[in-house]
Structures are given as C-alpha cells and as structure tokens.
Design a protein around this ligand. Structure first.
Ligand SMILES: [Zn+2]
Length: 422
C-alpha cells in the first residue's frame, strides 16, 4: 500500500494542496540521490518525515509528541541542518497507522523555539533509518572540561557581582563594532579590542571582584595553572549573539585561559590548523581551561545562533536535537604575560612571527599586528596623503613611530595633552 495521498478522497484538491504535493514529490526525487536510505513503495516500519527536521526548526520533543500515540517509537533520527527526520516503529502496522493519520497534517510550532513556525508533515516509507552522524565527540588537545564546577548559589553570586552600569564607558568605539552589542566588562586590566592586547603598565582601578576568591582558590588547587589569574573579562551573550573565531593573543596572556559559563549553555567551536573541528558543549556552571594546543594553536568562537544542535540519548537511541540558548554570561580569567611568548606554535605566535597576531586575530580585526610598537595602517595612509609642508601634532606619540612616514610634512611630537593646554 502506498502512502495515503494528501487530499481527502472525493474532495477537490485546492491550489495550495497541489503546490505542497508538488513540493513533496520534488523532495522525494531529490532524496532518491541518497545512497544509504531508499524510499520504499510498500509500507515498512520506517518513516521519512519531510518538513520535520532540525533544518526547519522542528524539535525532537515535538516529533515524539506527534508519533508516540501511534505505537512504540524505536528510533528518531534527526540530522544537522536537514529539514527532515526518520522515525522507526517496532512494527509495520504502527507505522501504517501513523502514516495514515499524520501525512499532510499541520503540526503546531513549539512556543519555546524562537523563529519556529507551524509545519505540515509529509511521510514516506523508507527501507531503513540511517546511522546517526553525531557531532565529533572529544575535546581539542589541552582542553580541560569540568561540569558543575560552581553551584547554583555560587552562580547567582557571580552574576550579581557584575556592575554593568559602569562598563560601557570603558569601551572605545572600535570595541563596540567588534562586539556587536554583546556586553563586556573588564577587571584587573582592560583588554583593548582595537589592538587585541593589554597594557601591563595600566591596571584598572577595579581588580578581580573578591566574590571570585574562593573560586580562584579551587581553580589553583586543580594544579593546571602556574599563576593565579590577574585579569577577568565578563561577557554577556543574549540568544543570537556570539564571538568571532580567534586565538587569544599570545603576547598578551600566559598559558591557561579559564572560561566559566553561567546562565546558559553554548557550543564553542574549536578549529585546529589541519581543519580539525571540535564543537564543544559548554554547559551552564561548567569550567573550561584552555591549555597547550587548545590555547595557543586552535581558534575558538561561538556561532551567533539562538539554539544549538546537541546530541541526546534516549530510549529511542542517540540522536540530535535543538537546544535553545538563554542569556549566557561567561567569566574568562587570564594571566597577563610580561615579556614575549616562547611557545612552540610559531605560526600562531605574534611574538615569534611578524604576522603571528594577524593569524590570531585575522577574523576579528583584519590587519593589526603588534600595534604598541608598529604604525597603524590607517594613520600611515592619512599621513602619506597630506600636502607638502603640512604641520602635524602627534599627541601621545609614544615611541614616535609615525615621525618618518612622510618626509614632506612637519611632525611635532607631543608626549602629553597637558602640554597643549599650557
Ligand atoms: Zn606564542
């Protein structure tokens, strides 16, 4: 017996019904290119659910609530980014009953899934369900993950100790562009997004809050850090916000970057130099310590998404589902480096390779290298286009790196702004 048709027998098909049926037939033709699963002309216990996949925001729970009333679901396979899923029953009659009842039916969107819409499901029998392609498990080399490192009470203390009101004024305009409205606050030292570095000679008034003391004691007791962190960056991500892929500047921080995730989970993508990809789940209240290759060599970032695809284990087997993100606040503790980096990852190292920090921050900034010592390209460009004899005051000139850019202009070095006022 073939799958029941979309329209009610005897009734005339409406225009939109015909359009949907055409769409479904087209989907079946495309699906036939798949080598591992084949469409079956006779009923089987396996169903292909068109329009009911992670790729169109349908959740596992939603499908189960639709299919479980018709029998024992032995498998529900959802694949990343695909707008379809596979459902297996323990017997053919169960699958037949489900197919008859559900094919062409509208399934209401879950209110908890942002941007989800009502979907019309189309069912087809298939000869088998595919093996589940789970996101690569395992961690990049050097990454230490500890679940439930802080209690829910501690989580609240951490979240409440951040005084967001005094944060925005610290950030330069460039920082806002980079951050895309994600809220950031620095303690101990400011991380300057324009140059992707810190100035070890300019500590901030506010050190790491004392609320973090006990946490830091426990962190040090783990024995994976040589020094106690002296810099803290707090990031607040609303659902849909992320952080571009980057390697933390080698010359700015020592080995051991500590990330405490609070409020919500997120998936952090680690990518290695040979294209290795580790999507790492950072559960709420978990600790991640990036050491060695995971700190120096792998890039890491968070995709700006409202939900993450996650593996689930259940009676009906391993599968994937969508997990909605809530507001996630991360506490990133780092140890300031005083002096050049001597790591063995030269290619990513701004201390050892002239453009090392470009490798690190290419996706963040595009062109900056060690800007504390070398000229900024935009400033060079500006100076070069000035007419012969122009007078330029280089206020806060530092080491005078712009003095010799354009020999046709007069440069006045001004060490401090107060000199101009007097
Ligand atoms: Zn290095």
């Amino acid at each position: 017996m073939a799958a029941p048709s979309l329209h009610v027998s005897g009734a005339k098909m409406s225009k939109s019904d015909r359009r949907l049926l055409r769409k479904h037939n087209k989907f079946k033709i495309n699906f036939a290119r798949r080598k591992d699963v084949h469409i079956s002309d006779i009923p089987t216990q396996h169903l292909l659910v068109n329009n009911g996949g992670l790729g169109n925001n349908v959740q596992r729970e939603q499908l189960l609530s639709v299919f479980e009333p018709f029998g024992r679901v032995t498998s529900l396979v959802m694949e990343q980014d695909q707008p379809y899923a596979f459902v297996s029953y323990s017997s053919i009659p169960e699958a037949l009953a489900a197919c008859t009842a559900i094919h062409g039916c509208l399934v209401k969107a879950l209110q908890t899934v942002p941007s989800a819409q009502d979907v019309q499901l189309f069912l087809t029998y298939v000869d088998r369900v595919p093996d589940v392609a789970m996101p690569s498990s395992g961690l990049p080399e050097g990454l230490v993950m500890i679940r439930d490192f802080v209690s829910e009470d501690e989580e609240q203390v951490f979240l409440q100790c951040v005084d967001w009101d005094s944060s925005d004024s610290q950030l330069s305009e460039g920082a806002h562009l980079t951050l895309k409205h994600r809220r950031v606050k620095h303690y101990g030292y400011e991380f300057m997004y324009g140059i992707n570095n810190v100035d070890p000679d300019r500590p901030l008034e506010q050190g790491i809050p004392h609320e973090c003391d006990q946490f830091l004691d426990r962190l040090m007791a783990l024995g994976c850090l040589n020094q106690r962190p002296d810099q803290l960056t707090v990031n607040q991500y609303k659902p849909g916000q992320g952080i571009p892929v980057h390697v933390d500047t080698h010359s700015a921080f020592e080995d051991g970057i500590v990330v405490l995730s609070l409020g919500s989970q997120a998936i952090m993508d680690f990518k290695g130099p040979k294209g290795e990809h580790f999507p790492v789940m950072l559960p709420r209240r978990s600790l991640a310590v990036m050491l060695g290759p995971s700190r120096y060599q792998f890039t890491h970032g968070i995709m700006p998404r409202k939900s993450d695809v996650m593996p689930v284990q259940s009676a009906s087997g391993d599968s994937l589902t969508l997990s909605r993100r809530d507001t996630r606040t991360s506490f990133t503790f780092r140890i300031l480096r005083r002096g050049p980096c001597h790591c063995c990852y030269r290619e990513q190292c701004d201390s050892q390779t002239p453009h090392g920090s470009q490798v690190c921050t290419r996706r963040l900034q595009g062109h900056f290298s060690d800007t504390r010592h070398s000229p900024w390209p935009r400033v060079v460009e500006f100076l070069k286009q000035l007419p012969l004899g122009a007078l330029v005051a280089d206020v806060g000139c530092g080491n005078g790196k712009y003095l010799s850019i354009n020999p046709g202009i007069h440069m006045v070095r001004v060490l401090e702004l107060s000199w101009l006022k007097s």
